[in-house]
Design a protein around this ligand. Structure first.
Ligand SMILES: Nc1ncnc2c1ncn2[C@@H]1O[C@H](COP(=O)(O)OP(=O)(O)OP(=O)(O)O)[C@@H](O)[C@H]1O
Ligand SMILES: [Mg+2]
Length: 463
């Protein structure tokens, strides 16, 4: 052995001994040639009990099929982030998340290395979280087991496409098929999903909502599917959200943040209605309707590999895209009116709508936060307004800036341009008619004395 090789080996050994992950290396015969203290601690073994022994001799509960190290030697293919549950020589159950890689020398496989993270601590955290949630539930605070506060009729709209979608949702609510709802933040997904549950034959059953982004990836599995007693240190028998939602609806928000491997498991449960707790052996049938939501477009989530194609195809049958507010101008007008009335009531005010300049800005503004942003903006404005109508002065500072730019862009070079002025006047008249008609296109068209189709075209142009 050259000096360099010997040195490299020393350095490598020192590193592998000191890192926080368990490292286990086997040769082509399946015999352990390196095994660090951390791996020994995970496994509840002594290094000497494993070193030099064949994997199946040191870990009798494993088989040639279930051992990832042996599999990688056979196939030469890496296995990433696999959870592993096994009994060590002392009969203690072990939980790890493993990445197992083949080792090649001159293009020839000479062994495999497994890097293992202790999973038990994470699971213990999952337990604590579930305990906490249970405690909260008993306190009747805001938690995953939600009260359904909204019906589809709370989702206000005068947009023809949205109205059609609500009608379809009402029909689909009666079926048990899974549903996917997507739309930008603040477009009403939560309202829509609660509305579907309310319309469904399960409305008396539980409605459980889980935001997949709110839980560390490694805990989500235990939260969704539950845990079996003894599956790791301190684990108790516990139902997951699927079992808790039995007879009702499980709402999985921000589905695209769910780890892709877990999505495969979710698909299986949706297909056969059977769950198995993490570390458990028993199968339980559940009758749960899954509704998923995302604030990104499915095509984007698919492309970025945040959503599995097979899961998407399963959910795709009933997919509801909720339109951004800027694409339904008539709703901007109707909702502005509605929210002003609501906040008048709440704040004891008597605001009579908004002035025309502000209205034009509202119609032109992109509303990235959609209805939520409109609602909060109006709450603020009604609060600060001390005249009869909301005007530019009442806008929150951030929108005032936007409105300033908008005014310059839209009015700066207005001058004598007949086209621009006519367009502007038309915009004003259309907006006013829509307002007087309470967002009803037929009625607004009558007021303007133009055909409905022409008005629809003009409204589209305003978008
Ligand atoms: N069509 C609507 N009619 C009345 N209120 C609405 C409508 N759409 C949304 N809202 C209101 O806007 C707010 C945001 O709605 P919701 O929580 O359903 O949005 P979301 O799409 O789930 O957003 P996020 O992706 O940020 O979770 C709520 O206060 C809701 O009541
Ligand atoms: Mg939401």
């Amino acid at each position: 052995m050259s000096l360099l090789t010997a040195l490299t080996k020393e350095v490598l050994t020192a590193i592998l001994k000191s890192i926080d992950e368990g490292i286990h290396v086997v040769n082509m015969e399946g015999k352990t040639i390196f095994y660090n203290e951390v791996a020994a601690r995970h496994d509840g073994m002594k290094v000497e009990e494993v070193l030099g022994k064949h994997i199946l001799e040191a870990f009798p509960s494993l088989t040639a099929e279930s051992s990832t190290l042996l599999k990688v030697i056979q196939t030469g293919k890496p296995i990433y982030n696999q959870t592993q549950v096994y009994l060590n020589l002392h009969g203690v159950r072990i939980d790890t998340i493993n990445t197992t890689l083949p080792i090649f020398l001159n293009n020839e496989i000479i062994g495999a290395v497994e890097i293992a993270k202790d999973y038990s601590r994470m699971k213990l955290l999952a337990e604590r979280l579930l305990e906490l949630q249970k405690g909260l539930k008993q306190n009747k605070s805001k938690n995953t087991l939600k009260q359904v506060n909204y019906t589809l009729s709370d989702l206000k709209t005068v947009n023809a496409d949205f109205i059609r979608m609500k009608e379809e949702a009402k029909r689909m609510a009666k079926s048990d098929s899974p549903i996917l709802v997507y739309g930008e933040s603040g477009t009403g997904k939560e309202l829509f999903v609660q509305g579907i549950h309310h319309e469904s034959l399960r409305s008396n059953g539980p409605f459980i909502a889980q935001n997949c982004a709110a839980i560390p990836e490694s805990l989500l599995e235990s939260i969704l599917f539950g845990t079996a007693k003894g599956s790791y240190t301190g684990a108790v028998e516990r139902k997951g959200l699927f079992e808790l939602a039995d007879g009702g609806t499980l709402f999985l928000d921000e589905l695209h943040t769910m780890p892709i491997e877990l999505q495969a498991k979710l698909l299986r449960v949706i297909e056969d209605g059977i769950v198995r707790r993490v570390g458990g052996t028993e199968n339980t049938s559940v009758n749960v309707r899954v509704i998923a939501a995302m604030n990104v477009h499915p095509s984007e989530a698919l492309q970025e590999q945040k959503l599995r194609y097979d899961l998407y195809y399963r959910l795709n049958v009933f997919t509801f895209p909720l339109l951004p507010l800027r694409d339904r101008k008539e709703d901007i007008i109707m909702l502005t009116d509605l929210f002003i009335k609501e906040f008048n009531r709440k704040l004891g005010k008597q605001i009579q709508g908004i002035n025309q300049t502000l209205e034009l800005f509202f119609l032109d503004y992109k509303w990235p936060g959609n209805v939520r942003e409109l609602k909060h903006t109006l709450e603020y404005m009604v609060h600060v307004c001390d005249s009869g109508k909301l005007s530019w002065h009442d806008l929150p500072v951030i929108l005032k800036q936007q409105s300033g730019n908008w005014n310059q862009d839209n009015r700066g070079n207005e001058g004598l341009s007949l086209r621009r002025n006519v367009e502007e006047l038309e915009k004003k008249l259309v907006t006013e008619a829509m307002k007087q008609a309470g967002g009803n296109i037929n009625q607004a068209a009558r007021l303007l004395e133009i055909p409905r189709q022409t008005l629809q075209y003009k409204l589209k142009k305003l978008t």
